[in-house]
Design a protein around this ligand. Sequence first.
Ligand code: AMP
Ligand code: GLY
Length: 420
Amino acid sequence: MVNVLVIGSGGREHALSWKLSQSSKVETVYTAPGNGGTQNNIQINVNDLDALADFAQKNNCFTVVGPEDPLAAGIVDKFNKLGLKIFGPSKQAAQLESSKIWAKNFMKRNDIPTARFEIFDDAQKAQEYVKTLDYNVVVKADGLAAGKGVIVCNGADEAFSAIQTILVKKTFGDAGNRIIIEERIDGIEASYIALSDGNVAIPMASSQDHKRIFDNDKGPNTGGMGAYSPTPIIDDALSKLIQETIIEKTIHAMKKEGISFTGFLYAGIMIRDGTPYVLEYNVRMGDPECQPITMRMDFDLYDYFVACVEGKLSSMSPASWRSQSAVCVVLASEGYPESYPKNDEITGFDSISNEAIVFHAGTIKSDGKIFSNGGRVLGVTALGDTLSSAITNAYAAAEKITWSHKYNRKDIGQKGLSYL
Ligand code: AMP
Ligand code: GLY
C-alpha cells in the first residue's frame, strides 16, 4: 500500500483525492494545502517545492500535481531527481501551457491545427496586424495570468484596447511582455483531455466547460462555472480525428523534439465546420471538467497514473466509463471573477444524500463548520441516466446549499442538450 499526495486546493483536487482514495492500493490520500472538503490536509503551499518533496519522502507518497504553477516551476524534475514518484509533466513539457508563444510555435512547426497568429512586443506593429485580420482577433498574454490574460475582441476599439491593456499597461505584469494576436475562430468549444506516458495517449471522457460568468455565455471569462460529460459535440468520429490530428501528433512531436510528455494533456478545442483547432494546451486536468469526468470513471485512476509514470500505458486497457452523464454546477461567491466576499458560513450539506457529490474548492473548515474562502466555492456534481436528468439532479442538490453571497449559473449543460 502506498500513500498519495495530491497537490492543490481546488475542486479538481478534491475530485482527484476522492477518486484516488477508492483505490485498493492506496492507504492514505493527503492533500496540500487542500480545502474544507478534502481529508488529511497538509498546510504546505503548492509553490513550496522543498517542503512538498520533504513531506512526500517522509511519508512514502506517490505525488499527483493538480495545478499548473508547480509544474511550470519544475516540481516533477525536482521530485524525479530525488527518486520520488510523481505524476505530471516536466518543466520543459509544461511549456505547452506556461508559454503560449512556445505552444503556438510548437504547433506551427509540427502542423497541428490552430488559429493563425503573430507575436508582438511592439504595440504599433500589433495594431497594424489586427487590421489585416479585420479586427476579428484574440489578444493573449504570453505567460501564465491565472486564466485571465486572453481577450476575445469584436472590432477595432476592443482590439486596440486589448493591446494597450496587456502590452502597454502591463495589467498582467511580465506575463504580458509579449503578446500573441490570433485569428478569432467562431465555432463550438469543447475540452479534450488525455492521459499520456510520453509514448501513447489514452483519452478521458469528453466534456464541455462553461467559461463565462453569466447564463448564455455572457460576461467575462472565469476559470469555469460548470461542466458536463460526455458532450454530444464530440462523437466517435470527431474523437478519433482529435486523437489523431491533435493528441497523438502532439505527444509524438514532443518526443521527437526530445521532450517526453507525461501527465494529463488537455487541448482546449474549437470546432469549426467539423475541423478541430487547438485554442490552448493545458498540462493538467481541467477544473471543473475533472469533477464530472472523475465521477464517470469506472477504473482505478491510481493504476493509470502509475502506468504513465512507468511508461507502461500501452499495456493498460482503454479506460472504461459509466454510461451515465455527469453534470457539475459551480457555486461561486457573488462578484467573482472580480472581488468577492469571504467567510460566509455555508449550510445544507447534510440534506444532500448520495444523489450528488459536493466537491469543495474555495472553502475552509473551522470548528466543524464550512465557510466560503474563494471565488469558486463548491462544485455540486451529479450523475443521471441522461444529460437532462443529470442536470436536474445537480441543480436539485445545488439548491439545498446556501450562504449569503452564493451565485451560480442556471444553464449548465443546456448547451449540451441543444446539440442533441
Ligand atoms: P485560452 O486561455 O487560450 O484557452 O483562451 C480562453 C478562452 O478564450 C477560450 O476558452 C476561448 O473561449 C477563447 N479563445 C481563445 N482563443 C480563441 C480563438 N482563437 N478564437 C476564438 N476564441 C478563442
Ligand atoms: N476549465 C478550464 C481549465 O481548467 O483551464
